[in-house]
Each structure stands twice: as C-alpha cells, then as structure tokens.
Ligand binder design. Structure first.
Ligand code: SF4
Length: 234
C-alpha cells in the first residue's frame, strides 16, 4: 500500500488542534539521554509510573551509568522489577548496554556521531528492541527527526480512514516524515499528543468521540476536502 504525500496540511491541522487542546506534553521524562534510553526500553507493556519506580531504583543504587550498570548486571532484574517482565527486560537492557559500550564506549556523544539510519539498523539488531523503541531512542535521546509510530497512532489514524491499521511500521513512519516538516520538536510533541489522545479519548472500546478534540476536523486541499470523519469500530 502506498501512503499519500499530500496530507501535510491535514496532519498539521490535527497537530495544532491537539496542541491547542492539550498543551505541551514535555516529553520525554528523564534527566539525561541514558535515562531516556532506559525508560524507552522499560516502558514496553507497562505504564510510566512503574518505569519511573524502576529508574528510581537504579538511581538509588547509584548505577545510572552504562559501565557501572553492566558491571552490576546481576542486580538489574531486582532493580527493574517494578516495570514488569523484568527478566525479559533485563536481557534487553543488558543487550543494549553491551552494544552501547562496545560500539560507543557508553558515551552518548560518541553515539551521536553516527548516522541515523546506521543507528536504527544497529538498535534493531539488539534482541527485543523493535521499531517503536529504536525510534523513541533516536527521537527522544538523540534528537533525530524520526517519527515514532505506536498502537495509538495506528488506532487513531485508521479510525479516521487515513491509513489501514495493519500497514507496515516503516510505511507509516515514512508517511508522517514526508508529510511533516523535518522538525525534531514537532515529532517529539506530535507523538506525545497522540499518546494522550489515545489514552484519554481514543480508547480501544468506547472511544469518547463526542468530546474528542479532533472529531470533526476538515482540511481543504486543492479543491477537495479531507474530513476527519471517524469510524471508532475499526
Ligand atoms: S473522534 Fe473518536 S475515533 Fe477519532 S480520535 Fe477521537 S475518539 Fe478516536
């Protein structure tokens, strides 16, 4: 399926409407790129409160530093237990630490010298790191202009008939990237706003369409209208 190029105006209208409704989301929480990376790995299949507890455990143990954390890898499962699936996530985190130290000496400055596409390929080779996590690391920890696609993005835009829910990840990412300005801050905020919309309005069952800020967005493009008419039962 080829996703269309001429959606810039429509996507920006949705963005502005969400921003005006919800305000800035101040993503991603974290005091350093390394903390953001840990958060991106731990946040899979859990809520942020649990991730935050796990990160605080690492901080309290004074291990929020790549080489130290790898040296004490035996305690990682205990420290990150609040984030759920802690055995699996420990393996992912250790996989990332091995890669990060071997290739970039555990330095974000070193990692930041590498090209985005190469970093993306490298991250995707780490067991358990998928497209969404790799792109969250690239966007939020390294400020690369990569659009993060998640379940909320798929649900919201497929309900609005802009693309099918099952379109491959990279096609959706490309769709946003060719239709939006190449702007890290815009990608940062847009993804965060979609997460908020998905959590608070576009729920899996019983979406709150009647009060949703984007329920009746229309955009005129070259004489025809793109209407954000939704089908919440998709
Ligand atoms: S109008 Fe309904 S389907 Fe569309 S984003 Fe809002 S809650 Fe979801």
């Amino acid at each position: 399926m080829k996703l269309r190029r001429n959606f810039s105006k429509h996507l920006l209208t949705i963005y502005k409407t969400l921003y005006n409704s919800f305000g800035p989301q101040d993503w991603w929480p974290g005091d350093s790129p390394f903390e953001i990376i840990i958060g991106a790995i731990l946040t899979q299949n859990t809520n942020w409160r649990n991730v935050s507890k796990a990160i605080n455990n690492i901080k309290r143990a004074r291990l929020l530093e790549p080489k130290k954390l790898l040296k004490h890898k035996r305690v990682i499962p205990r420290l990150i237990r609040p984030s759920g699936f802690y055995k699996l996530k420990s393996q992912r985190l250790i996989g990332f630490l091995n890669y990060y130290i071997k290739n970039y000496q555990g330095s974000v400055e070193e990692m930041d010298r590498q090209k985005t596409e190469i970093l993306r390929k490298e991250l995707l080779q780490i067991s358990g790191i998928g497209n969404e996590t790799a792109d969250a690391i690239l966007l939020y920890a390294l400020s690369r202009p990569v659009f993060v696609v998640d379940t909320y993005t798929r649900r919201i835009f497929s309900r609005h008939k802009i693309f099918n829910y099952h379109v491959p990840y990279d096609e959706i990412r490309y769709f946003f990237e060719i239709n939006l300005p190449n702007d890290v801050q815009l990608y940062n905020e847009y993804h965060a706003l979609l997460v908020k919309l998905g959590k608070e309005y576009c729920k899996i069952t019983k979406p709150l369409c009647n009060t949703c800020p984007i329920r009746d967005i229309k955009t005129w493009i070259s004489g025809y209208v793109i209407q954000s008419e939704c089908n919440p039962f998709r």
